[in-house]
Write a protein that binds this ligand. Sequence first.
Ligand SMILES: O=C(O)c1ccccc1NCC(=O)[C@H](O)[C@H](O)COP(=O)(O)O
Length: 219
Amino acid sequence: MADLIIKICGLSTEETMQAALDAGADMIGLVFFPKSPRHVSLSQACKLADMARGKAEIVALTVDMNLDGLSRINELVAPDWFQFHGSETPEACAAAKVMYKKKVMKAVPISEAADLEQAQFYSIVADMILFDAKPPQGSDVPGGNGVSYDWSLLKDLDLSKPFMLSGGLDPSNVADAIAQSGVKAIDASSGMERERGVKDVELIRAFVAAARGAKVAGE
Ligand SMILES: O=C(O)c1ccccc1NCC(=O)[C@H](O)[C@H](O)COP(=O)(O)O
C-alpha cells in the first residue's frame, strides 16, 4: 500500500467506483446500512466489489449487524475488511475476525481527547481504528455526516494498531488535516459528493490529488 492510505467510503455506482480506482484509492467502502443514502444492496455490492478486487481493498461497512447479515456479506461480497461502525463490543469484533478470517476496522467516535481512550480497548482486537467525528444530534446515521473534529487530537497518538482519520474531509481541507494530525491513513465520504449520497467524479479526483499532494509525517 501507499505511504498515505486513502479510503473512499460510500461508493454506490460503477462510474464513481471506477473514478476512485483510477484516482488510486487504496481502500473502498461499501455501506450496508439501509438508513444511509449510500446503502448498497447485496447485488450492487457484488458488482462494485468485483470491479475493485485486486485494485483496492474492499471494506464492508456495517452498523450493529447480526451474524446472518454479516455472513451473507462475507459469502457473497467477499470483502477484505469489515468496518464496524456501531456499538459493537471488542468481543464482537474479535469473534467476527475469527469467524470470517477478515481484517476488522472499528470506528471510534470522537470530539475531544477523552474519547480517544475507547480506542485502547479495540486496538487489542481490531486491525485498524477509524477515528470518526461524533454524529451531530438528531443524525440518523453514525457516520458520513461531513462533520470534523480537532485533527491535532491525533497528533503523536500512541496506539498499538494503525489508525485512520475521518470526518468532514474534502479536497480543500484534507492536506491541512494530514499536516495537523500527522496521520498516515484517511477516509472520507460526503466531501466528495455533489449532494447527499451522490458522489462526484471530479470531487473524487480532486480529493485524491489533494491528499497525495499533502506532506505526510516522516517523509
Ligand atoms: O457514510 C455513511 O452513510 C455511513 C452510514 C452509517 C455508518 C457509517 C457511515 N459512514 C462511515 C464512513 O466511513 C465515512 O467515510 C466517515 O464517517 C466519514 O464521513 P464524512 O464525514 O462524510 O467524510
